[in-house]
Design a protein. Structure first.
Length: 226
């Protein structure tokens, strides 16, 4: 089934009463076209005196790009409501899915026969299905790190940003090689575009099979050309 704002709101109200004592104000609900997540609870975070965190401006996002099983959509809503409950009540947890989150999740699973999991991010196969077979232009770096593994870092297709990213990566002591490519292979659309330095590990054999149709780019941090 495809999610709707009405369905999400109806079930938010239901689970708020059943699971959270009716204590959660209804946040703005947004349908997105994200292919890297099914649901997100986002908010603003301020760090005050002595490192105390304060959360506000909560918003619930559900991706409409996926054809959910109904129970899967319901579990996604509840998963995000646990995040909401913890942040709204300013409860410290050990991590995003830390001890408090896991305790609440396990309690809900036991008491209400749900099947919540720590992560409901989509699988690679599901994301490829959503992306489809249409060409998806990407400029990306293939990195080798000191751990010996290969990683992909996709960046905006703007020359100055590519040069800036190359300089950042080249200055890292854990990056041993940087190779740039342009490709329209939908496989590379799996890797999000950003200017952060975080990269995603990739299987070398799988990577090589997709690089056969990619165009190598030459970049030294000052110039970029084919």
């Amino acid at each position: 089934m495809k999610p709707t704002v009405e369905y999400i709101r109806e079930h938010f109200d239901l689970y708020n009463r059943q699971l959270f004592g009716g204590t959660l104000p209804v946040p703005p609900i947004h349908l997105t076209n994200a292919r890297t997540y099914m649901g997100q609870m986002v908010c603003k975070k301020k760090v005050g005196l002595f490192g105390k965190k304060h959360f506000s401006d909560f918003r619930l996002r559900i991706s409409q790009r996926f054809d959910f099983e109904e129970t899967e959509l319901q579990d996604t809503i509840i998963h995000e409501m646990i995040h909401y409950y913890i942040a709204y009540n300013q409860i410290d947890d050990t991590s995003a899915h830390g001890d408090t989150f896991r305790q609440m999740m396990n309690d809900i699973n036991t008491r209400f026969s749900r099947h919540l999991t720590i992560s409901h991010r989509t699988s690679r196969e599901e994301r490829l299905q959503v992306i489809g077979s249409q060409p998806r232009p990407r400029i990306f770096a293939v990195l080798t790190l000191t751990d010996g593994y290969h990683y992909i870092k996709a960046v905006p297709r703007i020359e100055q940003r590519i040069l800036t990213m190359h300089q950042r990566l080249a200055s890292s002591p854990i990056v041993t090689s940087i190779d740039w490519y342009f490709s329209t292979d939908p496989f590379f659309a799996l890797f999000p575009v950003s200017m952060g330095t975080r990269a995603q590990r990739v299987d070398p054999a799988e990577l090589q099979s997709h690089l056969t149709t990619a165009t190598p780019l030459h970049c030294d941090g000052r110039t970029l050309h084919t």
